[in-house]
Structure formats: structure tokens, C-alpha cells
Design a protein around this ligand. Structure first.
Ligand code: GLC
Length: 541
């Protein structure tokens, strides 16, 4: 592994090629000031926990001032910190403290849209139709006799039309909530603004950006109807022009000392189109959502792993392995479901019966699988504690705009955003002293970081061991792998020197291959047999 505990801008490390990156969703991570909402003080207090865990970097979901209509993905000022989270000075301290612990900092950037409270949008509303201020967004007259119909048939990804009408009769485009107007990237002012924002944060020492909706910036300016299409070539996703944006951005990151990186969020069906974002003069890496969405089935997982390796190798980029994030159903729940264990935005399948013990066993095995594969790995806060999706949040407490915009058809994403249990035996489980903005289940008393730290068989102990071994083990991290001979429902691969990972997805125990010793297993072995839904790391000859 290439990451050391010293972050020096002068040492080339390619740290990002195999980093273990921990995702912090700030308002649910740890609350330092007792207002029931996570904040930077909470994060700073928990940095030693993250260092012990063995991660290489933190990715922060947006920390900018925001009305929080979409949990901070509605940014009103890209150059400051949300006051309920803290101050810019605190962010600078946090960056320095993390660096001292050998942890790099990646922050979210949201270039597709702003909040309706962003000064540019307010100015656009005030300036009226035809003004240069409106040219920074997508304002259009409506269709119909009196412009009473939206300019085209695009739908918001959060439900309902992608257009909202303003008082003077024009409509503006928003691919997400009506409080998130889309920027017009054909306007050079928008380009210049984001270059300046990148520099603002690079100058403050951050190590990279996670790019939100990275495929969505460029729209076909003729704004054609899509006639119900949600996949395939779309006039607002993966347009060729988007690559010019990232080429310009890469020049900025490369102009800074050390290795400052970009990680893209693109949900694209075609792995080859996806890999285009990772060409050497564009982003460094991107989230592997094909892997995240894949059901717990050996054949399909093998296919996704192989196709990820193939597409990334076309451009020399390292793949990443992701199991959960702040948008998707937590994987303990998904993997424990009867029937389909994959993930789809179109149907979150809340209410499906879940065998949580099974889901947990599989989640433990999946952790060892992801950490043994070549490339980078992501850990979403709470996954190291084995937290599951909270499906029974009372309707009146749900905050995700998806819930209202789909008229309650989609429960939204609050269930994976419930504040983290740190200690104590009752809510808010030391999340803070002032309650928690979403209710935690009493069962989490057994899943607090404190309780799990004391239990060698807990999920937390497994993650700690695995991440530390991964960091020290020469065979792991960046590099190659080769499939090993295995039964159909078993995933087995070798990494040089002398390492084998084997995961049993069948219903029967399977014999272990010849090995010198067992490095780590996700659950108890049965003599020389690997039980179902269990993974093992072996030292081989
Ligand atoms: C991304 C984020 C998601 C957000 C959306 C709009 O998909 O991960 O949380 O709602 O973009 O910004």
C-alpha cells in the first residue's frame, strides 16, 4: 500500500489509487454543540476514532451554507461553512488536525445546481426575463397559450416536473428539487466561478473534491422533450461537452502541490462511457455504483467486478468499491431481504421482510470482499457499526424532499441518515447532548461505537482489523488480481504476493483451498470449511 501517515505535499504517493475513504454526512455524524445536528466540532472530537479505524481520507458531504432543503446539496454560498455546522476557521483547524493524523480531506462540490437562496439566483429573480443574471440558470418562457405549461417534459429526479414557474411567468429548470435551480454551463461566468471555488478550497489545504451529479452539468441547449425516457442518451446527462469542464478542472488540481484529486458521482449504465470521465486528464476516480447496486449473487458480482476492472483499465484508472452511501438503502438491510438484494432508486422496497442476521453476515463478508479488491474502497459512516436502514421514521419527521415530491410514494433517504450511535444505552447514544434530528432505534444500544469497540467479534472490530491489514499487506490495494478456480456460487481471487480472498455465496459450506494460514475471516469457520455468506483472507504459498 502506498499511503503513509505523513502527508507531505512533496512526496508523490498516488495515495488515491487505493485509499480507504470514509464518508461523513455531517449532520448525522456527531453533534458537538448539543443542538441535535452534527457539526464540525463533533467531527473534530471523533477524528481519533477515524484514525484508529484505519482510513486514509474523509469525504465530507456538503458543508456549505444551505437552507437544507436537500440536506446541504442546495448550496447558498460555496465559499463558507453552514453556520449550524461551524465556521470557516473551524474547517481550517479540522483540515490541519486531520492531516496531522495522516487523514486527507475531500469535500463535496455541487456544480450542477445551487440553492434558490444563492445570491446569483436571487439576482436572477430580481433582474427579470432577458437579463444576464438569468443567463446563469435555465430560464425559459412556458408552452401553452399563456405560457402555463413547462418549457419541456423533463421530470425532476426527485419527482414532479423539472420546471417551476416564477412570478413574472418564466420557468426555471431544476433536475432536483424546485429549490435547486440548475446552473447554465454554456455561460462562461459559471465556469469561471467554479474554477475560483476550487482554488478557494485547494488554497485551504483540501486534498480533493467529490463531484456531485458529475455527468449532469451540460444540457442540450435546445432542451428537447425526452418523451418519458429516463435512461439511454438523455439531453441532460453525459453530454460530451462535460469532459471539457473536467479537463479544465484537472489543470487546476495538477497545479497544486501534492496529489489533489477529483472523485466523480456518475450513475451511468454504460461502463465505457463511465470510464471516459477517468481519462488521465480528467478525474482520478469515481464511485462504482454498478457494484453497489448489484444483488448478493456470485455470478453477477463476478461480472460486475470483471467489467469494472476492464473498463477502468482502458484508461489506467483504479476502480472503487462502494457498498452504501447517503442516498441508498443501507446494505445490511438490502442483503438481508427476501427476494431481490440489489438496489434501485425506482423502488426502495421499504417494508420487504429482512433477515437482519443474514444481512449482517453478508455485510461482513462484503466488507472483506471490497477491501481485498484492487483499487479504492469507501466506507459510509455507520456501516462499520453494522447499522441498518431505519424504515419506520414517522412521516412527519421525514426531511428528504423526495418524500414530499413523490407524494409519499418514495420514502426517501432519511432511513440511511439517522444519527450515529456513539455510546450510552439510550438515544441519542452520545451523538450529542441535545437529542438527534432523526430518531434512533433503541436497539442501537448494542451497536454503539463504544459497545462495539469492546467486542472483538463486532462489525467495528472487523473493519478495524481489515482496514489495518489492508494498509500493511503488500498484496492489497492498487494492482492486479486473478480469479481462482472456484465453485459457481463462490467468489475467489488471488493477489500477489501470496494472498487469496474467498467468499461463499452458496447455501452450503465449501472447502478452503490450500493455504499457509488464515489472515482474517468475516465469521467463524467450520474446520476447513467456509460457511455460507462468509469471506476469508488466506495467506497462500
Ligand atoms: C447527488 C447526491 C444527493 C443529492 C443529489 C442532488 O446524487 O448524492 O444526495 O440529493 O446529488 O444534489
Amino acid at each position: 500500500m502506498s499511503v503513509t501517515n505523513e502527508i507531505s505535499p512533496d512526496t508523490p504517493t498516488a495515495w488515491w489509487r487505493d485509499a480507504a475513504i470514509y464518508q461523513v454526512y455531517i449532520r448525522s455524524f456527531a453533534d458537538g454543540n448539543g443542538d441535535g445536528i452534527g457539526d464540525l466540532a463533533g467531527v473534530r472530537a471523533r477524528l481519533p476514532y477515524l484514525a484508529d479505524l484505519g482510513i486514509d481520507a474523509i469525504w465530507f458531504c456538503p458543508w456549505y451554507p444551505s437552507p437544507m432543503d436537500d440536506g446541504g446539496y442546495d448550496v447558498s454560498d460555496f465559499r463558507d461553512i453552514e453556520p449550524t455546522f461551524g465556521t470557516l476557521e473551524e474547517a481550517e483547524l479540522l483540515i490541519a488536525e486531520a492531516h496531522e493524523l495522516g487523514i486527507r480531506i475531500i469535500i463535496d462540490i455541487v456544480p450542477n445546481h445551487a440553492s434558490d437562496e444563492h445570491p446569483w439566483f436571487k439576482a436572477a429573480l430580481a433582474a427579470g426575463p432577458g437579463s444576464p443574471e438569468r443567463e446563469r440558470f435555465w430560464f425559459r418562457p412556458g408552452r401553452g397559450e399563456n405560457g402555463e405549461l413547462p418549457p419541456n417534459d423533463w421530470q425532476s429526479r426527485f419527482g414532479g416536473p423539472a420546471w417551476t414557474r416564477v412570478a413574472d411567468g418564466e420557468w426555471f429548470l431544476h433536475l432536483y428539487s424546485s429549490r435547486q435551480p440548475d446552473f447554465n454551463w454554456t455561460n462562461p461566468e459559471v465556469h469561471a466561478e467554479f474554477i475560483d471555488i476550487l482554488k478557494f478550497w485547494f488554497d485551504r489545504g483540501i486534498d480533493g473534491f467529490r463531484i456531485d451529479v458529475a455527468d449532469g452539468l451540460i444540457k442540450d441547449p435546445s432542451l428537447p422533450d425526452v418523451h418519458g425516457a429516463t435512461t439511454g442518451p438523455l439531453p441532460y446527462s453525459d453530454m460530451d461537452g462535460v469532459h471539457e469542464v473536467y479537463r479544465a478542472w484537472r489543470k487546476i488540481s495538477d497545479s497544486y502541490p501534492g496529489e489533489r484529486i477529483f472523485v466523480g458521482e456518475m450513475w451511468l449504465p454504460d461502463p465505457i462511457r463511465f470510464a471516459r470521465y477517468l481519462r488521465p486528464d480528467e478525474m482520478h476516480s469515481a464511485f462504482n455504483f454498478d457494484f453497489l447496486s448489484c444483488p448478493w449473487e456470485a455470478k453477477r458480482l463476478r461480472e460486475v467486478i470483471q467489467s469494472s476492472m476492464d473498463s477502468h483499465s482502458l484508461v489506467g484508472a483504479p476502480p472503487t468499491w462502494v457498498l452504501s452511501n447517503h442516498d441508498v438503502t443501507r446494505h445490511v438491510t438490502r442483503y438481508g431481504r427476501s427476494g431481490d438484494t440489489g438496489f434501485e432508486f425506482a423502488d426502495r422496497r421499504h417494508g420487504t421482510p429482512v433477515d437482519r442476521d443474514l444481512g449482517t453476515r453478508r455485510a461482513r463478508a462484503a466488507a472483506l470482499l471490497t477491501m481485498a479488491l484492487p483499487g479504492g474502497v469507501y466506507v459510509y459512516q455507520g456501516e462499520e457499526l453494522g447499522l441498518w436502514e431505519i424504515e419506520d421514521i414517522p412521516d412527519e419527521l421525514r426531511q428528504d424532499p423526495v418524500f414530499e415530491r413523490t407524494k409519499h410514494a418514495d420514502p426517501g433517504r432519511d432511513g440511511c441518515r439517522v444519527p450515529i450511535p456513539w455510546g450510552d444505552t439510550k438515544p441519542p447514544f452520545s451523538f450529542g447532548t441535545g437529542g438527534s434530528w432523526l430518531p434512533q432505534p433503541q436497539e442501537w444500544a448494542a451497536y454503539t461505537a463504544e459497545a462495539e469497540a469492546a467486542d472483538p467479534d463486532s462489525m467495528l472490530s472487523l473493519y478495524r482489523k481489515a482496514l489495518h491489514i489492508r494498509r500493511d499487506e503488500p498484496a492489497l490495494g492498487d494492482g492486479e488480481m486473478s480469479w481462482a478456480m472456484s465453485l459457481a456460487d463462490v467468489i475467489a481471487f488471488n493477489r500477489d504476493p501470496g494472498f487469496t480472498c474467498m467468499v461463499n455465496l452458496s447455501a452450503e459450506p465449501v472447502p478452503l483451498p490450500r493455504h499457509e494460514s488464515i489472515i482474517l475471516a468475516s465469521g467463524p469457520l467450520q474446520g476447513d470449511q467456509l460457511p455460507p455468506d462468509t469471506a476469508v483472507w488466506l495467506r497462500t504459498y
